[in-house]
Ligand binder design. Structure first.
Ligand code: ISJ
Length: 94
């Protein structure tokens, strides 16, 4: 068994090659997702800072429900968990 089939768990060199290519695409997508999350954190912090400076609170629950409902509508139950993680990333743990 070649190194690439061991690394990918594939049973043939052809499958290993396809998996390696697809993993590269996944790594690129993950990098873009992480970049988008970093951008979202920046925008969210800007909103929170502005609200706090104007006498409001950091957290706005009805808006968070809108965000959670959008993720849930698109992705189901795991979307809800993802939205909660994204929100925690952007405004800290409640
Ligand atoms: C960014 C905001 O502030 C907080 C962060 C949110 C977010 O990251 O989506 C949503 C609601 C607020 O708890 C907002 O009110 O839009």
């Amino acid at each position: 068994m070649s190194t690439s089939t061991v690394d990918t768990g594939a049973g043939s060199a052809d499958a290993a090659s396809l998996i390696s290519d697809a993993r590269q695409r996944i790594d690129d997508l993950d990098q873009r997702i992480i970049g988008l999350l970093a951008e979202r954190v920046t925008v969210s912090e800007q909103i929170q800072r502005e609200r706090i400076a104007s006498g409001g609170r950091r957290v706005h629950l009805s808006r968070e429900m809108e965000v959670i409902n959008r993720y849930n509508g698109e992705l189901g139950r795991q979307g809800t968990a993802l939205a909660m993680t994204v929100l925690a990333l952007c405004r800290g743990q409640l």
